[in-house]
Design a binder for this molecule. Structure first.
Ligand code: FES
Ligand code: FES
Length: 183
């Protein structure tokens, strides 16, 4: 008995993927790892709990959201625009990283992670959060609870979260236009 397959094409980190026949029910994280060679998205719990596996989906209305790839089938993403951890840094024409994203840079400056297993998920969560603030700035007084809410679903077994929190707060405070009442 052969496993039924269906075609899938999507845009990942700004590039259209080659059309592929993919088994029905294949989870997105396996598609990223095995078909695209993008292994930066981490399989943690595999049950939708830890959020290590999230990618960013760019929505037609200009918004962005996180999606868990361990519990979401690859075909759900057919035709969609997806960003993975590999897509955050700026690269030169040889594909070499020449500049980290502001979130990545701050996570390093704050020593936010230890083993780093959860970090791709935190980078994606923080990026979605900052992008939301660009569209809908909030009052300064709302910032700390909003960061807590944005990162709340992500589990880290190493660091205790404080340094992730502080790094995201730094990014927001140092990026013009994210707060209604400035710094
Ligand atoms: S690996 Fe996907 S939520 Fe834990
Ligand atoms: S840095 Fe190790 S799990 Fe978060």
């Amino acid at each position: 008995m052969s496993i039924p397959t269906r075609p899938i094409t999507l845009t990942v980190n700004g590039k259209a993927t080659a059309p592929a026949q993919v088994p029905e029910g294949l989870m997105m994280i396996d598609f990223l790892h095995e078909y695209l060679g993008l292994t930066g998205s981490r399989l943690g719990c595999g049950q939708g709990v830890c959020h290590a596996c999230v990618v960013i989906v760019d929505k037609p209305d200009g918004g962005s959201e996180q999606m868990r790839t361990c519990i979401t089938g690859a075909h759900f993403f057919d035709g969609k625009k997806v960003r993975t951890i590999e897509g955050h840094a700026k690269r030169n024409e040889k594909g070499e990283v020449v500049a980290l994203s502001p979130i990545q840079q701050k996570f390093i400056e704050h020593f936010s992670f230890q083993c780093g297993y959860c970090t791709p998920g935190f980078v994606n969560a923080a990026t979605v959060f900052v992008e939301k603030l660009k569209r809908q700035p909030i009052a300064r007084a709302q910032l700390e609870p909003a960061i807590n809410e944005a990162l709340n679903d992500h589990i880290c077994r190493c660091t205790g979260y404080v340094r992730y929190f502080e790094a995201v707060r730094d990014v927001v405070l140092q990026t013009p236009g994210l707060l209604k009442d400035g710094k």
